[in-house]
Design a protein around this ligand. Structure first.
Ligand SMILES: [Zn+2]
Length: 117
């Protein structure tokens, strides 16, 4: 249930950057290797956001596919290939390039509404 801890981190980050303005939307980048369940994250986010500037904000989750890179020949490939071995040179000295993202990319805040009374 690490989605609960992640939700707390998202709310803290957004509130910090919102500087007192209500947050209407939060754009997240989540790597597929983080094993975050989108629905579970949305559920905990709504729970944690209650009573904060993030209450009612939309959580937009962009999924980032995993890519690996070979340290030997610099080839890169998607994780769809089920082997942590370079398909280009056969080397096994590989590193994960993407797929572990978990970051708040941007937030949207509501502008002050003019009083028309
Ligand atoms: Zn290689």
């Amino acid at each position: 249930m690490h989605e609960l801890a992640l939700s707390g981190a998202i709310v803290n980050t957004a509130v910090k950057h919102a500087r007192g303005r209500p947050v209407s939307a939060i754009h997240l980048r989540v790597g597929v290797l983080r094993q975050v369940v989108p629905d579970t994250l949305a559920f905990y986010f709504a729970f944690v956001a209650r009573g904060t500037l993030c209450e009612g904000a939309t959580l937009d989750q962009e999924r980032i596919g995993a890519r690996l890179g070979c340290r030997g020949c610099a080839a890169t490939w998607g994780i769809e290939i089920p082997a942590f071995r370079c398909p280009h040179c056969g080397g096994s000295e590989v590193e994960i390039l993407t797929g572990q993202e978990f970051e708040v990319e941007s937030i949207e805040v509501e502008e002050e509404t003019a009083c028309i009374a």
